[in-house]
Design a protein around this ligand. Structure first.
Ligand code: SF4
Length: 369
């Protein structure tokens, strides 16, 4: 039985070096191949994509390795042109969604870590579809590579408002600056694959998405938060809070029954103490449900003395949940209480891609897509 081809996006640079050495090639070829993979964003091992590869190495790669690129099943643009959502096809015909978001001066990719999600947050379209499987490191890395490649396409740049056409009149092509692990899935439920993928994406000789450029969002998987603290992983951590009492939180986030609020807050405290890092606490604002002045005071009290910032996210609509977003005046009032009474910094998240269901909590794969 012949072994399955190695997906090169599964390998760190050190693992790639070990593979080439095992095949009898000098480790010096590692840098060349890595450059083709992550700076050139090559799409094949052919001579036009990787011209300087030794012929024997090219032949070996063509026979025993592959680039696990994810074909696009569907691409959808938001009406303002700032967001593009990709439905990407995996080898086993499962599909995931990845979102390219353009903000002033930066491009962010929102990437998925699982097909579906087991956490079941009631307002989230991914949670509503259930869990199918974890993504491999290569499938996570391939999403970042995909977005980086799209930024090189003049067709994309020219469609985006205020974006200089890549390479036009001396303007530098846009680069992928940030990754948010806020797509489909709970990243800490797929801890090893996600951390392996982050190691690959952080590599300064490649995508160079160093620690300050990656944000991981968790619903509150306590063992994962404690492991992150212990391993002192250099990334931004966002914890989805949404409620400041155990009963209210468990009604929105079923995972809270497994990891209750007091355990979660103890883990967050350990994380911040151990790493010296501030945590972003996410609060989906649902009209009449968790957006009153009393709720603002409850979250202020809960986060007192913790290095924290609150990200307020007006609810994005999904078909499986009847709640509606907090009006902007109430969101601003909530924010004012946090600032005035608790000196707690907060932002109201810019809403992007809502019309194409690419906003927070809206990613899902339907049978018809
Ligand atoms: S909000 Fe995140 S953790 Fe919750 S169901 Fe959706 S994808 Fe899963």
């Amino acid at each position: 039985m012949t072994a399955a081809p190695v997906n090169l996006y599964d390998l760190t640079r050190e693992q790639l070096r070990a593979l080439l050495v095992r095949w009898g090639f000098a480790s010096v070829h590692t840098g060349l191949l890595w450059n083709y993979l992550y700076l050139g964003l090559a799409e094949s091992f052919d001579a036009d994509a990787m011209p300087d590869l030794p012929p024997k190495l090219r032949a070996r790669l063509q026979a025993e390795a592959r680039l696990g690129a994810l074909p696009v099943a569907l691409a959808t643009d938001s009406s303002d042109g700032f967001t593009r959502k990709y439905l990407l096809r995996l080898d086993d015909a499962e599909r995931i969604e990845t979102v390219l978001m353009r903000f002033t001066g930066r491009v962010t990719a929102c990437i998925s870590s699982q097909v579906g999600c087991a956490m079941g947050c009631v307002f989230c379209a991914t949670g509503q579809m259930g869990y199918t499987r974890h993504l491999t490191p290569g499938e996570i890395v391939a999403q970042a590579v995909h977005v980086a490649r799209q930024l090189r396409l003049p067709t994309l740049s020219s469609q985006l408002p205020t974006a200089p056409a890549a390479g036009a009149s001396g303007a530098a092509p846009e680069r992928l600056r940030n990754i948010v692990l806020m797509g489909m899935g709970e990243p800490l439920h797929n801890y090893d694959a996600v951390m392996h993928a982050i190691d690959i994406m952080r590599d300064e000789a490649g995508l160079a998405l160093g620690g300050e450029r990656i944000t991981l969002s968790t619903v509150g998987v306590v063992p994962g938060i404690l492991r992150l603290a212990q391993e002192r992983r250099p990334l931004h951590l966002a914890v989805s809070l949404h409620a400041a009492t155990q009963a209210e939180r468990a009604a929105l986030v079923p995972a809270a029954r497994k990891w209750p609020l007091d355990e979660l807050m103890a883990a967050c405290r350990t994380y911040s103490t151990t790493t010296g890092r501030r945590i972003f606490y996410e609060w989906t604002l649902i009209d009449g449900q968790n957006d009153t002045p009393d709720h603002a005071r409850a979250v202020g009290a809960l986060l007192r003395d913790l290095p924290a910032q609150v990200n307020l996210i007006p609810l994005n609509p999904t078909s499986g949940y009847a709640g509606t977003p907090t009006p902007s005046a109430a969101a601003r009032a909530f924010q004012k209480i946090l600032a005035d009474e608790f000196k707690l910094p907060s932002t109201v998240r810019q809403r992007r891609g809502i019309d194409i269901a690419a906003g927070c909590g809206q990613l899902a794969v339907t049978a018809s897509a």
